[in-house]
Write a protein that binds this ligand. Structure first.
Ligand code: XIL
Length: 488
């Protein structure tokens, strides 16, 4: 069944391309269905910051292991964690994360050897050569312990000042002398020659005084042979993104270092999905941007509290931001747009409808063109049988018309029962063919039938290709929520 179907889909795409009927078709072949698979196809990793104690929560590790192939400890490799008393090193949590990563084919970012924050109390009270020596010993000991197991180390974190100075941040480490950063990089290289050594900072999301100060330091390091391989852009973002985000990454890459998006999270709001997609596209557009890490997994894991800044909600459901990132990784160029129901959809546009629970697309099964053909969900391939147009019926109701068959979604035989089949049928503008959109959270909508008042759902919350589409009472399930991705 599947191979026959694939042939039909391929034929549809080929016809569409040769007749110029469609735009922006993304071939199904090569499209990743998880973040890590889609990123890997583009030669990048996709990572998450991990709170190591959550590794025993299966709801957490299920998502982590399915979607991510790089991890970074959120706190467990910081100075206060690894050397709580001077000369006494505790590596158990870091080791646990490394083991988890190795067992699951993930690489590890090390974070962070030196930082002004989260220092142990004993170091906070030190200064001068005593502090410098203690700091370099810390770098050497920790990098030696994890030698050979770390893909990239944030050797130094957040050493530049915010604002317009472009200079260093004042700190006890900075007061040991301006050369503390290069000394740290040299010590780290000596301890673990195989790890890429990064400088990492925030508020560096465009070309500004702070990022330029860092840029000048990296250029200087490269010219003098100080061992630096990469720059991390934390990318803790609000509701907008600097227009020169990509250009800023590129100017660092042009210095001969890799760049990485190291702590990505984005404040919730209308623009969250678009900002996530724009960051992803920027990384893909810069050949030396080697990977993206989000600072946590689910919204409730985030250090940003109520910002709901991550790709999964607190129940582990994929948000529209997730679909936006996945789409961008797979080469989609159009930002997702979910029209606010109050203002109506764009009736000239073609949409792919992605189910919130399964991530799969609403699909006329096997690209059938007959009345009564069943509607299913299928892995998104943007085929004409996955493209839908909203035809205005007035009163806020629409028919949902297939691009392939020109038939519309139809509650079979005007059923009002839970589980009533949804099929395609010739457009008669019947009330069983009319749906209105209702808002769910995070840009998802429900489709409510005019005749039955029931919503379009994936039956039994199936996540399989071919899962059946039916109507059911509106109970707020994620299998009843759809994202409208405009593709034409
Ligand atoms: C944060 C952690 O997420 C919190 O759990 C902790 O309480 C404070 O530090 N920049 C960094 C990260 O480099 O280490 C910070 O992580 C977030 C800002």
């Amino acid at each position: 069944m599947k191979s026959k179907r694939t042939m039909l889909a391929a034929a549809t795409i080929a016809v569409a391309l040769t007749t110029g009927m469609t735009v922006a078709l993304t071939p199904a072949a090569g499209a990743g269905t998880t973040l890590k698979a889609a990123a890997a196809e583009k030669g990048r990793y996709f990572g998450a910051a991990v709170a190591v104690n959550k590794l025993s929560t299966s709801a957490y590790t299920t998502i982590l292991n399915r979607e991510f192939n790089s991890v970074v400890p959120e706190n467990e490799m910081k100075w206060s964690s690894t050397e709580p008393q001077q000369g006494v090193f505790t590596y158990s949590s870091g080791d646990r994360l490394v083991s988890h990563a190795q067992a699951n084919g993930m690489s590890v970012r090390g974070h962070t050897l030196l930082w002004h924050a989260q220092q142990p109390g004993w170091a906070q009270g030190m200064s001068g050569s005593a502090l410098r020596n203690a700091a370099m010993n810390h770098v050497t000991q920790v990098a030696t312990h994890f030698r050979g197991k770390i893909h990239s180390w944030d050797v130094v974190n957040e050493a530049f000042a915010d604002g317009g100075s472009g200079g260093r941040r004042d700190s006890n480490l900075q007061r040991t002398g301006n050369d503390w950063i290069e000394a740290a990089f040299r010590a780290a290289r000596a301890a673990d020659p195989g790890a890429k050594l990064c400088y990492n900072d925030y508020n560096t999301d465009g070309i500004n005084a702070k990022s330029t100060g860092i840029y000048n330091m990296v250029r200087d390091f490269r010219s003098r042979g100080v061992p630096i391989d990469c720059v991390g852009f934390q990318s803790h973002l609000g509701t907008s993104l600097a227009g020169d985000y990509q250009a800023n990454l590129q100017r660092f890459a042009d210095l001969g270092v890799d760049v990485q998006i190291t702590e990505l999270d984005v404040m919730t709001g209308g623009n969250q999905a678009n900002i996530y997609a724009a960051v992803t596209r920027a990384c893909l557009a810069v050949s030396r941007c080697t990977g993206i890490t989000t600072w946590g997994v689910r919204d409730c894991d985030s250090w940003r509290g109520s910002d709901n800044a991550l790709l999964f909600d607190c129940n582990g459901n994929k948000k529209s931001a997730y679909n936006a990132v996945l789409d961008a990784l797979n080469g989609g160029s159009t930002p997702p747009t979910t029209p606010p129901p109050g203002s109506g959809v764009d009736t000239s546009a073609w949409y792919v409808l992605l189910n919130r629970n399964s991530g799969k697309a609403l699909d006329v099964y096997a690209a059938a063109t007959n009345d009564g053909a069943r509607i299913s969900q299928w892995t998104r391939n943007n085929g004409n049988n996955q493209q839908w147009q909203f035809v205005d019926s007035g009163g806020g109701y629409y028919r949902v018309k297939s691009r392939n068959s020109s038939k519309v979604l139809d509650v079979s035989n005007f059923s009002t029962a839970d589980g009533g089949a949804i099929v395609q049928w010739s457009d008669l503008n019947g009330t069983n063919q009319q749906f209105r959109l209702a808002n769910s959270s995070d840009g998802y909508v429900r489709l409510i039938n005019r005749n039955s008042n029931k919503v379009v759902e994936v039956q039994g919350a199936s996540t399989a290709d071919g899962g059946n589409i039916v109507q059911y009472a509106d109970w707020g399930g994620t299998n009843q929520q759809w994202q409208l991705v405009r593709i034409g």
